[in-house]
Design a protein around this ligand. Structure first.
Ligand code: UD1
Length: 420
């Protein structure tokens, strides 16, 4: 039987939840370990399929990887191959991030073009143009990208768009280039700061001022110990699940500033939000008010919470509008939410119109990507009756211990079937 999550909806979620390390931070940090031959200890590494894919990747490239605790990984050894295996890159777009550390360290990298979520066109032109400015010669053949550089050279780079991945890629290249590189219009997501702090731990000299990143490259890399930042998107997902069920959820071990865009929107919808130093609690005050949401690079509203907040808004009072500007097609959840009785439609200008209803009803739905899956779980928890969510492989990429976390908050969920 195909694996699925069965949710018996209608239970009110209440309680506290410790949030694990961020997938989107762990992935670039693991890629960055290719920059050093010294031992690196990463703590708070989430147990996720995507993280495993990146660990397999650095292992294939020569690193020794050992789990030394439930969420601690020791990575040692030197790079012995500069060819990234196609099957790993196709599984996950973020594995493309090994390009810069490989070429920076070894002078050559062969990396197939990436796969990843099914959320629209995701080119890598900004990665490649930036690397070329840093002195990397890029060619492309059927196998993907071949990058060569005897020496990277420092430069000024302007990104036409503050791409998270391109900023991370170029930071990892810039720390290998002697002299000062400045990246203008870089991404400002908290995961970028986390990568910068990790690179600093490894001996890099860099500073971030808003969207301007300055790197004094060419230092020797050391080893080090680093704790991965907590997952603001997982935190936001559980906050939304709590509200959608009319409950109260406190997410712990998170930086409230990293989820401010969500917290402020929820307050606007009438939700009670309490922020402490390392936690945020949300408490439903009845059906939320309608909202207008537009996704933007940080500190704008995160595209990764677009689908989850859409689920909440199908239950809000009145008409809501959600506009996606970061990805060109990220609406796999919309048709599934309609199946559950939501009054929702999407236009070809990437805008979702929602007329809030009092109830959703459980049915069979299919997750098409990680966050669409999260949206369906939220809808299932809030809906009446039984919801069966297929496409668990997507949820496993981004949510660790999903079932037990929901159960600990009082949700009734069971996972059945086999991964095919
Ligand atoms: C990262 C996150 C992902 C999140 C996204 C935006 C990871 C592992 N993933 O993805 O969860 O949804 O940031 O916050 O951290 N683009 C180009 N050219 C490029 C690069 C990007 O046009 O060279 C476009 C993309 O097609 C997309 C937009 O820029 O439309 C945003 O992409 P980007 O910020 O690069 O996202 P990712 O790093 O892929």
């Amino acid at each position: 039987m195909t694996e699925k999550l069965i949710i018996h909806g209608g239970e009110t979620l209440e309680g506290e939840l410790e949030i694990a390390g961020a997938k989107n931070s762990a992935l670039p940090l693991i890629a960055a370990t290719l920059l050093t031959d010294k031992e690196v200890l990463l703590e708070n590494v989430p147990g996720l399929d995507d993280v495993q894919t990146m660990l397999d990747m650095v292992r294939e490239l020569g690193k020794e990887v050992k789990n030394t605790g439930p969420n601690t990984v020791r990575i040692t050894g030197s790079v012995s191959s500069n060819q990234a295996p196609a099957e790993l890159v196709r599984k996950m777009r973020a594995s493309f991030l090994v390009l810069a550390p490989l070429v920076g360290r070894t002078g050559r990298a062969e990396v197939p073009l990436p796969g990843g979520c099914n959320i629209g066109t995701r080119p890598v032109n900004l990665h490649l143009e930036g690397l070329e400015k840093l002195g990397v010669e890029i060619t492309q053949d059927d196998g993907g990208i071949i990058a060569r550089a005897d020496n990277l050279r420092s430069t000024d780079i302007f990104l036409d768009y503050p791409s998270v991945g391109a900023t991370e890629q170029l930071l990892m290249a810039a720390v290998c280039a002697k002299g000062t590189t400045t990246i203008y219009n870089g991404a400002q997501e908290p995961e970028i700061r986390d990568l910068a702090l990790f690179l600093t731990e490894l001996g890099a000299d860099l500073s971030l001022k808003g969207s301007i990143l300055t790197v004094n490259g060419g230092n020797e890399f050391a080893g080090g110990k680093y704790e991965v930042l907590s997952d603001r998107i997982a935190a936001g997902t559980y906050m939304l699940a709590g509200i959608a069920t009319g409950g109260r959820v406190k997410v712990e071990s998170v930086d409230p500033a990293s989820i401010k865009p969500l917290s402020l929107k929820l307050r606007k919808a009438g939700v009670k939000v309490e922020e402490n130093e390392h936690s945020v609690q949300v408490e439903s005050q009845g059906r939320p008010d309608n909202l207008e949401v537009i996704t933007l690079p940080f500190p704008g509203f995160p595209t990764d919470l677009q689908a989850p907040i859409t689920s909440l808004l199908t239950l809000a009072k009145g008409k809501s509008v959600v506009k996606e500007t970061v990805f060109d097609s990220r609406f796999g959840h919309v048709a599934e939410l309609s199946k559950m009785g939501a009054d929702i439609s999407v236009t070809n200008s990437n805008t979702v119109f929602i007329e809030g209803k009092k109830k959703l009803r459980g049915t069979e739905v299919e997750a098409t990507d990680i966050r669409a899956g999260a949206a369906l779980v939220i809808a299932g928890l809030a809906g009446e009756g039984k919801t069966e969510v297929y496409g668990m492989n997507h949820l496993d990429r981004g949510y660790s211990d999903l079932q037990s976390h929901l159960e600990s908050l009082g949700g009734m969920v069971e996972r059945v079937g086999e991964n095919e």
